[in-house]
Design a protein around this ligand. Structure first.
Ligand SMILES: Nc1ncnc2c1ncn2[C@@H]1O[C@H](COP(=O)(O)OP(=O)(O)OP(=O)(O)O)[C@@H](O)[C@H]1O
Length: 262
């Protein structure tokens, strides 16, 4: 689904990504982890076409990113940021409907017909528990509700690949879990490929099929959470000491942070 080959990127004299080679298979769920400033968001921006690499190439579904038009790209890739939507006066339903833009012609006509478009939006509203909020303007919603609407909008886009940049940062524990479960379910049902920047390593181990570990603009490790997440890794990459335990239900590693002094 994604092939990043020999990519480097600099902003002025600051080299933000160096020698990045990475392949993502269709249907995989990758967590991007690493310290602040290690280049995670820049890598997402290169994949979504917002930034261009200085060196190397990026291909999506076997075709160079440069070969896609804006509209083709937005049918293939959806992006959701930390605070997914600005606090605007559009209603919840209107915002979710905006996700259909890439599937409409210049008059706003749905490629599969208006009725199919409406059914799709209704299904998403139901699934994300947005029916009751349907006619409320976005600016009266809580951050957690707004993030659910943002997810609804990217679901309406029906992409093959979704890029998430720390999507649970502003959510409380319950909404963090709910958000990740919704993404996991969507991935299972639609064969979706997911790449998500994650700061919570335990959440990443619970939901991601693979992890990409970045430090100083380079990939330092990649693979399945059980092969990657270890006290040695967090010591080397984050400079933090931790114990490792195995999650009793999910059978994946979880880290308990150690204080330097007790
Ligand atoms: N448009 C830009 N112009 C100049 N410097 C930039 C730009 N975008 C990012 N940088 C710099 O590139 C480096 C990597 O930033 P990036 O946002 O990719 O890191 P990150 O791993 O996502 O960090 P965080 O975990 O803090 O979100 C940082 O030093 C940042 O200041």
């Amino acid at each position: 689904m994604i092939e990043v080959s020999g990519v480097a990127k600099a902003f002025g004299r600051l080299e933000v990504l160096k020698d990045v080679d990475w392949q993502v298979g269709r249907g995989e769920f990758w967590g991007l982890i690493g310290p602040n400033g290690s280049g995670k968001t820049t890598l997402l921006n290169l994949i979504s076409g917002v930034e261009q690499p200085d060196v190397g190439s990026i291909a999506l579904g076997g075709h160079s990113l440069a070969a896609y038009s804006r509209k083709e790209l937005s049918r293939k890739v959806a992006v959701l940021q930390q605070d997914g939507l600005p606090s605007v006066a559009f209603t919840v339903r209107e915002v979710v409907e905006m996700g259909r833009f890439a599937h409409q012609d210049w008059r706003g006509k749905e490629s599969g017909g208006a009725e199919a478009g409406r059914r799709l939006i209704d299904g998403i509203m139901d699934r994300l528990d947005l029916k009751e909020l349907e006619h409320r303007p976005l600016h009266v919603l809580s951050g957690g509700q707004r993030q659910r609407v943002a997810l609804g909008k990217v679901m309406a886009q029906q992409p093959e690949l979704v890029l998430l940049d720390e999507p649970t940062t502003y959510l409380d524990l319950r909404y963090q879990m709910q958000f990740m479960e919704l993404v996991a379910e969507w991935r299972r049902e639609a064969g979706l490929t997911v790449v998500s920047v994650m700061h919570d390593l335990n959440l990443a181990a619970l939901f991601c099929s693979h992890l990409l570990v970045m430090s100083g603009g380079r990939i330092v490790d990649q693979g399945e959470p059980e092969d990657i997440l270890s006290p040695e890794l967090v010591a080397a990459v984050f400079g933090v000491q931790a114990h490792q335990v195995i999650h009793p239900d999910a059978d994946v590693p979880q880290l308990l942070l150690r204080r330097e002094r007790l």
